[in-house]
Write a protein that binds this ligand. Structure first.
Ligand SMILES: NC(=O)c1ccc[n+]([C@@H]2O[C@H](COP(=O)([O-])OP(=O)(O)OC[C@H]3O[C@@H](n4cnc5c(N)ncnc54)[C@H](OP(=O)(O)O)[C@@H]3O)[C@@H](O)[C@H]2O)c1
Length: 326
């Protein structure tokens, strides 16, 4: 088959031929129609993601949309599905791929292939994280790093889920402004020194009684936010804050003072492959697809033929998610 193939961790994939995948029992063979270039796809292809096996060559791509080659469970041959690739080295940037039954989700007719492929992974980031935090309508959410594709959807998903108040923090002023139209009640610029930033974060954490933090950044901005969550004095009962770590755009590590955990109601969680099961991710995405089939969300993507993978791999897509079509 034709596919994008990663031959080296320090070079873009090339468009080449690759052996056809052969399904094992319990797996489905899929004719791929669309697969998107998410952050995780890049970091698996350069070997930096915790999910990287270190084995070369392989086809990149973690999810996509396609048609079932033969029936699987309740789904007939030809069914249009969103799927997650579960069988290394067969990723989704190819004419064919493989998926286990837990990650085969039939798509509503209203949702076209490219939209579903583009939006699923960034949407999963907050739908699954909010479930892990046991979010309840009326609770207040702060999104750290809200200006990216996943953060913009997180604002809309929290809003649609009935969040009381939504605070969006990010560094891009135009994107922050746009987030107000998408549902953010307040925004905080990350383009300030740690001290004033901590003060601005503390004001919103306390003023709006933030219950849940969705963190796409880690690194220095998260360090500042965690210092703002820490409390002073001995005479308070600290409010519970469920802090969900989702992405690490600002750095893979940070310094966390022991007193932050002792003085506050901070509960640290992560959300991603591993901390959430495929069944949990599938359930969250099924609900999301059904919801946007009726009430679409703002999301920008553009499509390109898969044979252009080499030229487009490192291109700046200016905020639009890139969807490859074999
Ligand atoms: N765990 C999960 O389930 C899951 C799912 C999807 C994504 N993710 C992760 O979430 C993160 C964001 O993904 P995405 O899809 O939103 O990516 P994206 O659309 O490419 O957006 C990345 C965003 O990160 C911001 N950023 C980068 N470095 C920053 C820094 N030092 N300080 C502040 N902001 C910074 C950029 O801000 P500017 O606009 O200012 O450039 C941009 O808005 C990635 O780490 C991704 O791997 C996790």
């Amino acid at each position: 088959m034709n596919a994008a193939v990663v031959h080296a961790f320090d070079a873009p994939p090339t468009y080449a031929t690759f052996p056809d995948p052969v399904p094992s029992p319990g797996e489905a063979l899929i004719d791929v129609t669309a697969a998107a270039l998410h952050r995780i796809v890049r970091s698996l292809a350069n070997g930096s993601h915790y999910g990287s096996t270190g084995v070369l060559p392989f086809v990149p791509g973690v999810d996509g949309v396609g048609r079932l080659r033969s029936s699987s469970g309740q789904l007939p041959a030809g069914a249009r599905v969103y799927f997650g690739a579960t069988h290394s080295p067969y990723g989704t940037f190819a004419e064919q791929s493989l998926a286990s039954a837990a990650m085969l989700l039939p798509l509503p007719d209203e949702l076209d292939d490219a939209t579903a492929a583009a939006i699923a992974n960034p949407a999963m980031s907050s739908t699954v994280a909010l479930r892990r935090a046991r979010f309840q309508p009326g609770e207040n959410v702060l999104i750290l790093g809200a200006t990216g594709a996943s953060g913009q959807l997180a604002v809309q998903i929290a809003k649609a889920g009935g969040a009381g108040s939504i605070v969006a923090a990010g560094r891009n002023p135009q994107a922050l402004e746009m987030l107000k139209a998408l549902g953010a009640d307040a925004t905080i610029s990350l383009n300030q020194h740690p001290e004033p930033l901590a003060a601005a974060l503390r004001e919103e954490l306390d003023g709006r009684s933030i219950d849940i933090v969705l963190d796409y950044l880690w690194g220095s901005p998260a360090e500042t936010l965690l210092s703002a969550i820490a409390q002073k004095g001995l005479d308070h009962a600290a409010r519970r804050i469920r802090y969900v770590q989702i992405g690490s755009m600002a750095g893979p590590t940070l310094k966390l003072a022991a007193s932050t955990l002792r003085s506050s109601g901070l509960e640290l969680l992560g959300s991603g492959f591993g901390s959430a099961s495929l069944e949990q991710i599938g359930a969250a995405l099924s609900g999301f697809f059904a919801r946007i089939a009726v009430n679409p969300m703002e999301f920008i993507y553009r499509t390109a033929p898969l044979r252009e993978i080499g030229a487009l791999w490192n291109s700046d897509s200016q905020g639009a998610r890139l969807v490859f079509q074999p």
